[in-house]
Design a protein around this ligand. Structure first.
Ligand code: ADP
Length: 490
């Protein structure tokens, strides 16, 4: 599983949990609000019922007789009646259930019964008033008691409901908190086991590798990203180790190759300075040997410098227009003058093959290819250098009939310091010439190809773009034909 996947899942679960907690909180507060509302209504119902009881009791204390009406008494009766009406209508507005409304109807009936009876008792003796009004008052007060009791029950029910919601809120709160704690702890444990430990392993492997233990590799385990990181580090470590091995091989090769020409030079110098008489013929041969060894050393140092420049990205070309035929001729003549034992042949077209190139570098390419062809083929065999024009390209080929290269070896032929097994046995070398050659050809916008068969020989082909003028010549004048692919080869 990937780290991103786990974190996304954990965050989504957390989000769902938070949403669920928020939804339950909203529902709970809504229900609690409703419960407190009904509790408030029940309390208000109790208050109104008791106010009505007080109204009735104060009414009972007022004199029924109007024989000696007093202004105060008249106002008290009217205001008490108004208060009764007001409390009754408030109680009706406050009533929420059918049962409460039925009780209120009963209250209203008994109060109006009380009023009617009271009106009919004008100028009656007190005993008669008490006899008639007493039971009516009792009945009205008892209905009001029932109303009070009903509202008290309602308030109790609302409180019980509030207690239930409170319990539910506790359960949800504790549940969500426990889930969060458990989830967080689980995530931490998972991260510790599958993220921090592999990370520590990778950093430890890096530290060990940095302190020189080149065989150290990071374990590729844990989430995909860390496996990928460890894999990348391991690949980098492998590549660095390979490079180090190559550098060691290279140093050994350089030391070995420097030794041969140096010992030849040492021996020649010893001969010249020995004081013994040396024939002219011997001297001439010794000087030719010195020249060859110096040229070889020069080429080796040149290749090394070029390889360093290429690696450092400081490889520049100074372009000029040159005929590829001239460049090939110069290189071949140099080898022919050097007394090569091979049958070195040069095949050129009649028409110029113009290149916009760094002539020294193109000559270096030809030098490398020709010297390899001579090095890796038996003395006396034919080595051909051909220049042709192929469409918009110049084709420079070097063909030998030497040891050849196997298909497997051909895959790494242009990598620095690579040498084939048979080449090592045949001739000294560092394995830099072809890699430098390919970089020079590619810097000119060209490419290099090889055809080879072990034991039969090799053909190296360099394709370079023709100069702009040669690739797109001005309109040919009547009677003349532009240089074309039909160039003949001598
Ligand atoms: P060097 O010749 O100094 O070893 P190069 O980079 O020029 O280095 O060549 C790399 C390798 O390619 C050689 O060691 C040899 O194995 C192989 N090679 C190059 N040219 C030829 C050739 N003409 N015939 C056979 N093998 C060749």
């Amino acid at each position: 599983m990937s780290l991103k996947g786990v974190i996304t899942m954990a965050v989504s679960l957390l989000g769902v949990l938070a949403l669920a907690a928020a939804a339950s909180l909203i529902t709970l507060t809504t229900y609690l609000h409703r419960t407190t509302e009904s509790m408030g209504e029940a309390v208000e119902g109790v208050r109104l019922a008791e106010a009505l009881q007080v109204d009735l009791l104060s009414l009972a204390r007022l004199p029924v007789s109007s024989q000696q009406p007093s202004a105060d008494n008249g106002r008290s009766l009217a205001s008490t009646q108004a208060a009764v009406q007001l409390h009754l209508s408030e109680a009706r507005r406050n009533a929420r259930t059918e049962q409460e409304r039925a009780l209120l109807d009963e209250v209203e009936r008994s109060i109006s019964d009380f009023f009617l009876a009271r009106e009919g008792l004008e100028n009656q003796p007190t005993e008669e008033v008490s006899r008639v009004m007493g039971p009516r008052m009792e009945s009205a007060l008892s209905v009001l008691d029932r109303l009070v009791e009903f509202n008290v029950q309602e308030a109790r029910a609302a409180r019980a409901q509030a207690d239930r919601w409170d319990g539910i809120a506790d359960v949800i709160g504790i549940g969500v908190a426990s889930l969060l704690v458990l989830g967080g702890a689980g995530l931490l444990l998972w991260m510790r086991r599958f993220v921090f430990r592999p990370l520590l392993d990778i950093s430890q492997a890096m530290r060990r590798f940095g302190s020189g233990r080149k065989r150290t590799r990071a374990p590729e385990e844990g989430p995909a990203e860390l496996r990928e990181m460890a894999h990348t580090f391991n690949e980098m470590a492998n590549s660095l180790s390979r490079q180090q091995d190559q550098q060691l091989t290279f140093l050994a090769g350089v030391a070995h190759d420097l030794r041969n020409p140096l010992s030849a030079l040492k021996m020649s110098a010893a001969l010249v300075t020995s004081g013994r008489p040396v024939t002219e013929e011997r001297m001439r041969k010794t000087m030719a040997l010195v020249r060859r060894q110096v040229a070889r050393l020069d080429r080796m140092v040149g290749d090394l410098l070029d390889a360093t420049r290429i690696e450092a990205g400081r490889f520049e070309l100074s372009l000029e227009e040159r005929d590829a035929r001239e460049l090939a001729t110069e290189v071949v003549e140099l080898y022919q003058a050097g007394g090569s034992s091979h049958d070195l042949r040069l095949l050129l077209p009649e028409e110029p093959v113009l290149l916009s190139c760094d002539s020294t570098r193109v000559e270096q390419v030809l030098h490398n290819l020709v010297s390899n062809a001579l090095k890796y083929s038996p003395g006396g065999s034919v080595v051909e250098v051909r220049v042709e024009r192929a469409g918009d390209e110049a084709l420079l080929s070097v063909v030998d009939r030497g040891i050849g290269i196997s298909a497997e070896e051909m895959r790494h032929l242009f990598a620095p310091f690579r040498r084939t097994g048979r080449a090592r046995e045949t001739a000294p070398g560092v394995g830099l010439g072809l890699s430098v050659t390919r970089r020079i050809v590619e810097a000119h916008g060209g490419r290099i190809e090889v055809d080879s068969r072990p034991g039969k020989g090799s053909t190296f082909r360099v394709r370079l773009p023709l100069s702009r003028a040669a690739a797109h010549p001005p309109e040919a004048r009547p009677g003349e034909s532009a240089a074309g692919p039909a160039d003949s080869v001598h």
